[in-house]
Ligand binder design. Structure first.
Ligand SMILES: NC(=O)c1ccc[n+]([C@@H]2O[C@H](COP(=O)([O-])OP(=O)(O)OC[C@H]3O[C@@H](n4cnc5c(N)ncnc54)[C@H](O)[C@@H]3O)[C@@H](O)[C@H]2O)c1
Length: 334
């Protein structure tokens, strides 16, 4: 029997302290989750191999607070080769956020890396969780599994049809989570994140690059005509959903849920919001549309509201203002 030690209640948003693992702990979302888990009193083991997809020094900075906390332990290891049976011994919840993100590099020779870091790494996490009877495995899936969806807001039951090799690997890993639940009872929960933004956002993502371009007055390469629409979701809201997905008792193993902001906007509108938050317009360099970019994303949140009581609460304007303030502080610190 799998048992969850979580005593979480939605009324208090609290549970007794537990021993938990966060994979991808040094990344944008993973490090924000680590800080939240430590603030709530848990013993946190963070696993990360500091891939060079972007500057590993930024990942070190993400963990600078956590590393001063004696309830945090960093294991620098690659999930593809690490002894995960040992790492998951006595662990209540594994939040599996490690992965190779980004659409553009997933073509051509880049695909092997996506396959290894997204599919194979997840299969190893699930095998070890099965052996060690981990109480809950939360997997960070993606809205990219939908591709150009059949309707908006997209429901979890709508047919996933990825439009990029990245999306294929995220969907394959999600299928693994569902089938480990169905065959072995591993208590997995997958969250399909929709375009996450906020402080520590990855430097390859649009809001981060737009903010830099507005501050430095350098041209932003805009692929397509700016009409691509996204459901932007603030990182603290995403972390809140992620926490609930790991802690809420009695969630059906294999459940898949959207984590989508409720405020959708086009790239052109986002450019305007960033310009206003920074106080000067973003210079634009127009480029043709990029392969693999879906024209629109936006998910229904009815399921996650019903199961986890979650809904996004941060407005895009407030979230972008927080990200601009964090970026300015980073630049000032050097
Ligand atoms: N940021 C978004 O908008 C978004 C949207 C949908 C899904 N996701 C998913 O959420 C997760 C976190 O995304 P992020 O934006 O924080 O990315 P990120 O690149 O900032 O974080 C991922 C971390 O995982 C680590 N990592 C990768 N492969 C590893 C391995 N084999 N072993 C150990 N560590 C490894 C990297 O070093 C990195 O620190 C990813 O799985 C991503 O696919 C993100």
């Amino acid at each position: 029997m799998w048992t969850s030690r979580s005593t979480y209640t939605p009324e208090t948003s609290q549970t007794l302290p537990m021993t938990v693992v966060v994979t991808g702990a040094a990344g944008f979302i993973g490090s924000t989750l680590v800080d939240r888990l430590l603030a709530e009193g848990h013993e946190v083991v963070g696993i990360d191999c500091f891939t060079d997809y972007y500057d590993p020094a930024a990942k070190q900075r993400n963990l600078s607070g956590a590393l001063t906390n004696d309830r945090f332990r960093l294991v620098e290891a690659d999930l593809v080769t690490a002894d995960l049976d040992a790492a998951f011994d006595g662990v209540d919840v594994v939040w599996h956020l490690a992965g190779q993100p980004g659409v553009r590099l997933s073509w051509s020779d880049g695909f092997e890396r996506y396959n290894t870091l997204n599919v194979l790494a997840t299969q190893r996490v699930l095998e070890a969780a099965r052996q060690r009877r981990v109480g809950r495995v939360m997997y960070a899936s993606s809205s990219s599994v939908y591709g150009n969806a059949e309707r908006y807001p997209t429901l979890e039951t709508d047919r996933p049809e990825p439009f990029s090799p990245y999306g294929v690997t995220k969907l394959a890993a999600e299928h693994l989570c569902v089938l480990y639940a169905a065959n072995w009872g591993v208590p997995t929960v997958s969250l399909r994140y929709f375009t996450v933004y906020g402080p520590r956002q990855r430097p390859d993502m649009a809001a981060h690059r737009l903010i830099n371009c507005a501050i430095d007055q350098t041209p932003f390469p805009m692929y397509g005509d700016g009409s691509q629409e996204r459901a932007f979701t603030f990182v603290d809201d995403v972390v809140d959903a992620t926490l609930r997905a790991g802690l809420t008792p009695d969630v059906e193993p294999g459940t898949v849920m959207n984590v989508s902001g409720s405020q959708w906007c086009t790239l052109a509108e986002l450019i305007g919001i960033v310009g206003r938050a920074v106080g000067q317009e973003v210079p634009i360099d127009h480029r043709p549309p990029a392969a693999g970019d879906a024209t629109k994303t936006g998910g229904s949140t009815e399921r996650i509201q019903a199961i986890l009581g979650w809904t996004a609460t941060t407005s895009l304007e407030a979230g972008i203002a927080a990200q601009v303030a964090a970026r300015r502080a980073e630049l000032a610190a050097g």
